[in-house]
Design a protein around this ligand. Structure first.
Ligand SMILES: [Ca+2]
Ligand SMILES: [Ca+2]
Length: 591
């Protein structure tokens, strides 16, 4: 009785006063909430019912109707009482008034009927709210189970007669109107005509653990809504999903109430994502970044212990898995660590790469799974970062002759793993490759490059610089701390240099000026038997903040293949033009 008494007080106090004068306009209908039966635990309320209560409290309906099968039942009375206690405890969390309907799991014999009567009072009853009238029927009457008959039917007749002119809604546990399942219920013969004559808007039943709109008959809408918490079937598209209904009954008399089917688990509190939480997820993205592997030749072996911090108060499982890439090895190939809430963990990995590597990167994925909060998967890759020495070099003459550049070349572009564009079209070093030297003096940074490219392609009429056989030079002269950051900012730029193929001088055909405009660059070229030589001088005064490490990359464009441009990149990727993080490094002899 407590529920209904409470209901009346609150309903009167919170009348919204729309056209259905003084009536509640919005209420929730939820069916088959039930205490759990899984794992033999017959007392704990179903998890999805608990979740639904949290959501319904956010929605603040005028009241809630629970369509029966409130407990698991079919047990001895001592256990039954415990189930009812658990139901009461859970249901008391609902902030809205609650109206109960009797289900077959609640009342299945005389003894359980008496328990229910003692705890909750009438099994059939009605209540008003303004101009709306709500009728609760009992399909479990032990005098006539699965029927609305005898005293209950007589009561229904007089109740409806006394409610003429009101909008009527009916609640019952079992969908007795479904004649295929209830051939002897007598609903269509005895009950339905009464409801049709009274202009009933909707009859709601549970019992079947799904949602199903069974349509209207003589104006009466029949709805099955039994997805409140008990186990459900496996075909969501056929209505097998956890849900409850949000019913809006307003507008002029005769306007059908509007039903919204809410899938449990989709109504969230306003603090479901705070800025702090979003930032915490964002910080995960940069964790477990192995970073580049610095190599001076083609071979490297690097072991790192990568720390991982859990910014959440709940435990977080972290897994890391490396892809298969020829020439690359990661040990272990996959690792997993559990990090306590707010705590720290680490994963140790050794990565090695050798000259057979077909790619300049070893991809791996990291998955963060925060208990009860969701997961995030991030793709990373371990990249080779070539580091070469850049010696002091006096007497450089930028004339296209490389006679002053002697000794072992500092950089080579001749590996399959360096083909960043159209890798399948590359015919090997004899088709397109390069070797180069770097140096600097008090004024300039120098690059000398010997390019093998026996078929030279001039710039196409009106085409961009990169459509000619050409050299791209990338420079990152940002200070330590900003060096190698993704993207471009002040201190990063690139040039496209075309050699003079028909006697004209080499020239800077394009310079990226968004963040840094280079001044005083000089270039020269000479044709050779195998291709061409290029020399470049870039005044270091263009990079006032550079340290003794600078980012450098070189790309060769070979446009002689009609199927498309082949590009070799010394260290980075085809995205060097917009991302400085994959450039290689040169180490100046002194800052
Ligand atoms: Ca020279
Ligand atoms: Ca070519």
């Amino acid at each position: 009785m407590l529920w209904r008494t409470l209901a009346c007080i609150i309903l009167v106090a919170s009348s919204p006063g729309v056209l259905c004068a003084g009536a509640p306009s919005r209420f929730v209908v939820i069916g088959d909430t039930r205490t759990d039966g899984s794992g033999g635990d017959v007392i704990t309320p179903a998890p999805m019912y608990r979740r639904a209560i949290d959501e319904i409290n956010l929605l603040q309906p005028d009241f809630v109707v629970i369509l029966g099968d409130l407990v698991l039942g079919y047990t001895e009375l001592e256990t039954l009482e415990k189930q009812w206690d658990a139901f009461d405890r859970e249901t008391s969390r609902l902030q809205a008034p609650v109206h109960l309907v009797v289900g077959n799991h609640d009342v299945w014999n005389r003894a359980s009927e008496q328990v229910y009567a003692r705890r909750y009072g009438d099994r059939w009853y009605s209540f008003d709210a303004g101009e709306c009238h709500f009728v609760v029927l009992d399909s479990e009457d032990q005098a006539a189970p699965q029927q609305i008959a005898g005293a209950q039917l007589e009561w229904l007749k007089s109740d409806l007669a006394a409610s003429a002119g009101k909008r009527v809604f009916v609640f019952v546990h079992q969908p007795l109107w479904a004649e295929a399942s209830y051939p002897r219920s007598g609903w269509m013969k005895d009950v339905h005509p009464l409801l049709a004559a009274a202009g009933v808007d909707t009859v709601f039943a549970g019992h079947w653990h799904n949602y199903e709109n069974m349509g209207r008959k003589d104006g009466v809408r029949y709805i099955v809504t039994g997805g409140g918490g008990a186990e459900i079937g496996g075909v969501p598209a056929a209505g097998d999903f956890y849900h409850y209904l949000w019913v809006t009954a307003d507008g002029p008399w005769g306007t059908a109430a509007r039903l919204a089917v809410i899938r449990t688990g989709h109504i969230e509190a306003e603090d479901v994502v705070t800025t702090e939480l979003r930032d915490a997820w964002g910080r995960l993205r940069s964790q477990l970044d192995f970073g580049p592997v610095a190599v001076s030749g083609d071979v490297a072996r690097v072991a790192r212990t990568l720390p991982v911090h859990n910014p959440f108060p709940r435990p977080m499982a972290v897994s890391m898995e490396f892809a298969d890439a020829p020439g690359w090895t990661a040990v272990p190939k996959a690792a997993r660590v559990s990090v306590p809430g707010g705590g720290d963990g680490a994963i140790s990995v050794e990565v090695s790469v050798d000259a057979t590597a077909a790619s300049g990167a070893l991809p791996y994925r990291v998955r963060f799974e925060v208990e009860g909060r969701g997961s995030l998967e991030v793709q990373h890759s371990v990249r080779v970062r070539r580091v070469i020495d850049c010696p002091k070099k006096e007497g450089v003459e930028v004339d296209g002759s490389l006679r002053e550049w002697t000794g072992e070349p500092a950089l080579r572009l001749d590996r399959q793993s360096q083909v960043a564009l159209q890798a399948r079209l590359w015919g090997g070093p004899s088709m397109c490759s390069g070797m180069g030297w770097v140096g600097y003096d008090d004024a300039n940074l120098y690059l000398a490059l010997r390019v093998t490219d026996p078929s030279l392609e001039p710039r196409r009429e009106g085409g961009p610089a990169a459509t000619a056989d050409s050299v791209e030079l990338y420079l990152d002269g940002r200070p330590e701390g900003r060096l190698g950051r993704p993207g471009y900012s002040a201190g990063v730029t690139y040039l496209i240099i075309t050699p003079g193929l028909a006697g004209e001088p080499a020239r800077v055909a394009y310079q990226e000026k968004r963040f840094t405009e280079l001044r005083g660059v000089t270039v020269a070229s000479r044709l050779t038997a195998e291709g061409y030589d290029i020399e470049v001088a870039v005044p270091l005064s263009n990079f006032p903040q550079h340290g003794n490490l600078m980012g450098l990359d070189v790309a060769l464009n070979d446009n002689s293949n009609p199927a498309g441009r082949v590009q070799l990149v010394w260290n980075g990727t085809m995205d060097d033009w917009q991302d400085a993080s994959a450039f290689g490094l040169i180490r100046l002899a002194e800052p």
